[in-house]
Design a protein around this ligand. Sequence first.
Ligand code: HEC
Ligand code: HEC
Ligand code: HEC
Length: 194
Amino acid sequence: MATRSKKTQWVEKKLLLFVLLWMAGSAGCFVPAANAKDVFANDGLHDPQGPSFNELQRPDAAFAGFPVDTVGNKVRWVQALRDGMITPRTNIVPDTKIKILDMDLILGNTGDNAYVRFPHRAHTEWLDCANCHPDPFKEKFGTSGIKMGAILEGKFCGKCHGAVAFPLTECARCHSVKPDTFRGKFGVQPVEKH
Ligand code: HEC
Ligand code: HEC
Ligand code: HEC
């Protein structure tokens, strides 16, 4: 096993701080809830005057039967979509063009960690290109200067991961490609069947 580089140690220290903050921040979620309206009325996120407020369900009731995750809001959302359990609305304005891109990238500036596989498909099934291009990612592999420290500060992948997508504590979900078994080239990968 290689000795950990200074950079990795720095990332790990940042991560520890981040995990502690996250634990402190999520402590409030474990209060047992009576009904959805009582919980959501005062959380500062939901609008009790909103037209659909009375239709809100408690998350544990709404998510029952979904593929289970151990982190985040406890649902494997990509799996739920693949299994046809949810069919998110694709557009609000009728003439929005939906573009799903089947293109994986492998990013290799990962220090002692496994390489990162970035799947365009799993993202463009929910998101528009403009959510990521040209900011925070340039549309050319290897040109955006992505760094783990910046991700932990909420930039690049960290704009969504840890906020609306699985948290940054799940290193292996991004760092999923073992360097000793990878024989290809970094950047765009040949299309795989899903
Ligand atoms: C969730 C974020 C995200 C979304 C949404 C997204 N991309 Fe990307 N895209 C990336 C990242 C990350 C890179 C790599 C940037 C880097 O390496 O600097 C990339 C790179 C690219 C590249 C460069 C590939 C190469 O050959 O160098 C193209 C082309 C591209 N995206 C097209 C699209 C299109 C078209 C869409 C919409 C259908 C889209 N992307 C949606 C994150 C995204
Ligand atoms: C604009 C928001 C956004 C950005 C930026 C973003 N993601 Fe995601 N990502 C999502 C959402 C939404 C999902 C689906 C929900 C989930 O899995 O939690 C997802 C899912 C994933 C998945 C899981 C795919 C699967 O099959 O389960 C991986 C891996 C991933 N993202 C990696 C990355 C990496 C690496 C970056 C940065 C290069 C990145 N993401 C940037 C929003 C984003
Ligand atoms: C949401 C996806 C995602 C998650 C989760 C994630 N990383 Fe990363 N990580 C990346 C990306 C993207 C890069 C940049 C790769 C590149 O530019 O080639 C990176 C780079 C790195 C680097 C290289 C040094 C640097 O400064 O960029 C280290 C070390 C690293 N990650 C460690 C971790 C550890 C440890 C965890 C878990 C605690 C983790 N990562 C979780 C996406 C992620």
